[in-house]
Ligand binder design. Structure first.
Ligand SMILES: [Zn+2]
Length: 119
């Protein structure tokens, strides 16, 4: 079973819950949808959103985010943001070393990032 996420606070939801145990929101989404939103938030004007997006992409081990995280590490002036990006890259690396790469790649090729716009 694929995990669900809260689209309000991005909390990971275990099992068959119909609402978020963290913020009580009933707006749940798939990992794919969450990743699309997070990718858009990497260029969000509000620093706090960017930081959360950087951390969350690491938490869901979203491999296509790696080049973006790498460019944050290389160009970001903000130390906290850089550290968060480094941590997320490490998490993604560790995860991908120990998992079935082919299955995950096929899954992510289906998602088209350009369709996701920030609301
Ligand atoms: Zn929530």
């Amino acid at each position: 079973m694929t995990p669900q996420y809260c689209s309000s606070c991005w909390h990971e939801i275990e099992g068959e819950a119909s609402f978020c145990p963290n913020c009580k929101s009933t707006h749940l989404c798939s990992e794919e949808m969450l990743a699309g939103t997070l990718m858009t938030c990497l260029s969000h004007p509000v620093r706090e959103y960017r930081l959360i997006a950087v951390e969350s992409l690491g938490n869901i081990r979203y491999e296509p985010a790696q080049p973006y995280l790498t460019s944050i590490v290389q160009s970001e002036q903000d130390t906290e943001m850089r550290d968060a990006a480094v941590e997320s890259i490490k998490k993604i690396h560790l995860y991908w070393q120990n998992s079935d790469q082919e299955t995950r790649t096929v899954f992510y090729e289906k998602s088209d990032m350009s369709e996701h716009t920030f609301r």
